[in-house]
Design a protein around this ligand. Structure first.
Ligand code: FAD
Length: 420
């Protein structure tokens, strides 16, 4: 149990200035924490939203300022000391002290680790050539932007959300885009074959060359010094490229926690309160592995903004000794072309798929059921369905598949019937 009583002389330090860290900082003050709050972030920016990096920001539809999650005044008002452009190098749990890259040391009473993750690198020959890029930060988009010119050949390694979102932006800008996916279909880890097929068709119709079952084995330099010109696959196929984007997932930043001796298992292991194996240290967001996610009833590390914010709420409440908000069904979204995909729940382990609406009309919801109950849903251009799906999956409502598919029956009616 927590023995430390926090007061006006206490200090909470947050490591990491992403959305999780930024949210936790202001929430602590909202929860009436009276002591000192310090946020240390390696990037030079105030906490910003990463989702638009592969969508509206890459497409130059919004400015850099629009990415900022909360204005500087919000942190000033909450009296959060922002130390940006600084990196924490070590957590000394015995002394309850942090060491920063500028040589400074900083004590804490409670610590929140919100270090997020970094793009997973592709360990193949030629992967360090200079025109091979990743997408995680504003700096990454700034490196990508000048290359996004009409007529250029872009090869994207990975048919996940980030890869497909970049493909949509690039092909609209007139680039020749090839997506190489090693699995038999795009979005294979997260959606049903029908949804993958839908996205493959949409991209092909837009002019993207999508190849599945293609495993990249290396990059060959062309005449330009230090730049890749050819992408090689294990089956001998090659693809010419002016530049390459690798979008094959994320590696959680757990180095500090590991060095400090906290439990780490593909993420810093936390309980329902976001507390690590040290009761004075919390971990939230992409870097945290729920030992047992309350809603999903299993061990999982989630990579999404709603999860980052939910865990920030749990940590702030726990630090202040308040009730922990209940964990909800995870949800996520993706924008490609004029398609708004919204997903709730996790579909793995489903035994029945029900499509409501028409994939041909780009307006449908795929409901995933397990033993007659809705466990997840993917909605395309159907915000009304999505609202209902959040409840259906959130409450794991038992429902007849035929009525889910029947568009003459409003989902609201099904919800009302289930509640009765
Ligand atoms: P991060 O945002 O990674 O922030 C962690 C911060 O900590 C970073 O700034 C890092 O530099 C800093 N840091 C790390 N180590 C240290 C250290 N030792 N000292 C100081 N600072 C440190 N989610 C959705 O829900 N919907 C989407 O549509 C969506 N699209 C996405 C598109 C892209 C291109 C990307 C990259 C992500 C997307 N995500 C999306 C995921 C979402 O952005 C993340 O889940 C969310 O940003 C996690 O926030 P976080 O604060 O945990 O981590």
């Amino acid at each position: 149990m927590d023995k430390v009583q926090l007061g006006a002389t206490s200090t909470v330090v947050i490591i990491g200035g992403g959305q999780a860290g930024g949210e936790a900082a202001t929430l602590l003050r909202q929860n009436r924490f009276e002591g000192r709050i310090v946020l240390i972030g390696e990037e030079d920016y105030l906490p910003y939203m990463r989702p638009p990096l592969s969508k509206a920001y890459l497409a130059r539809e919004i400015t850099k300022e629009a990415l900022i999650y909360k204005a500087a005044t919000a942190y000033e008002k909450a009296q959060v000391e922002m130390r940006l452009g600084k990196r924490v190098e070590e957590v000394d749990r015995q002394a309850k002290r942090l060491l920063l890259n500028d040589g400074a040391a900083l004590g804490y009473d409670k610590l929140i680790i919100a270090t997020g993750g970094r793009a997973r690198e592709l360990p193949v020959p030629g992967a360090t050539l200079r025109n091979i890029l990743y997408l995680r930060t504003i700096a990454d988009v700034e490196a990508l932007q000048p290359l996004m010119q009409s007529g250029r050949r872009l090869v994207i390694v990975g048919g996940g959300y980030v890869g497909l979102e970049v493909a949509a932006v690039a092909v609209k800008r007139g680039l020749a885009v090839t997506v190489l996916e090693s699995a038999p279909r795009v979005l294979a880890r997260v959606t049903a074959p029908a949804v993958s097929e839908f996205y493959e068709r949409i991209h092909r119709e837009a002019g993207v060359d999508i190849l599945t079952g293609e495993t990249v084995s290396g990059f060959l330099a062309d005449g330009e010094e230090g730049a890749a010109g050819l992408v090689q696959c294990t089956n001998g196929q090659t693809f010419p490229a002016d530049f390459v984007l690798i979008g094959i997932g994320l590696v959680p930043n757990t180095g500090l926690a590991e060095k400090a001796g906290l439990d780490v298992d593909d993420g810093i292991v936390v309980d329902a309160e976001s507390r690590t194996s040290d009761p004075d240290i919390y971990a939230i967001g992409d870097c945290a592995m729920h030992a047992h996610h309350g809603f999903l009833r299993r061990k999982i590390r989630l990579e999404s903004v709603p999860n980052a914010l939910e865990q920030a709420r749990a940590a702030a409440a726990s630090i202040m000794g308040r009730p922990i908000p209940e964990a909800t069904a995870p949800w996520f979204w993706s924008d490609q072309y004029d398609l708004k995909l919204q997903m709730v729940g996790l579909s793995d382990g489903y035994d029945e798929l029900v499509i409501r609406g028409k994939t041909e009309a780009s307006s449908f919801t795929a409901f995933y059921l397990k033993e007659g109950r809705v466990i997840a849903a993917d909605s395309v251009n159907r915000p009304g369905d999505f609202m209902a799906a959040k409840r259906l999956a959130g409450e794991r409502i038992e429902i007849a598949p035929a009525s889910l598919a029947d568009e003459s029956v409003p989902l609201k009616t099904l919800l009302r019937a289930a509640a009765a």
